[in-house]
Design a protein around this ligand. Sequence first.
Ligand code: IMP
Length: 196
Amino acid sequence: MELIFATGNPNKLIEASDILGVSFKLQSLRQLGFTGEIEEPWHSFEENALAKARFVYQKYGMNCFSDDSGLEVEALGALPGVQSAYFAGHEKNCANNLNKLLREMEHQPNRAARFRTVVALILRGKEHIFEGTVNGAITYAPQGDGGFGYDPVFVPNGYTATFGELPKEVKNLLSHRAEALRKMRDFLLSYEQINT
Ligand code: IMP
């Protein structure tokens, strides 16, 4: 099955191809010649993911999916949430975002947080939503330099190391994005079985 992944991020494309496996041929927006940014102006991951998938479906008329993710910190009322990429300002700056988070959490005993991903799939014109979460806790200082974004301050439940310290393979097994993508894969595989 051919699918467009509405992302400009080549790492996400590789991760999604690994998870979905050989039954799926993914194409990125770049491969279709689209190099612009699709806006994510909404107040929820669901709305943002759907907006991107709808944009692509309307433009290319091909089966497609998109994702939107972020970190939700309990003590901050689920912030930074959809603002995760721009928490510290309009410029997308991971180090500034992470420092702002640590400052806001400095005297906060409740460290509970979760990463959440919503994947929106449009298959033959019909919309489907898949969600993935990973629960954990925010550290008091960055640990490790692997991964990206908030990885150095997030310890998944059941572990003592941050996503910035854990091997990539471990993160990719546990992650919110992987869970949502696996749910989509299972849905698509059973859909194909029923419809072929
Ligand atoms: P996106 O929707 O996947 O592009 O994620 C938006 C923002 O959420 C990123 O710029 C990061 O700040 C944060 N984020 C999402 N997923 C992760 C992750 O797996 N690790 C660390 N930060 C993440």
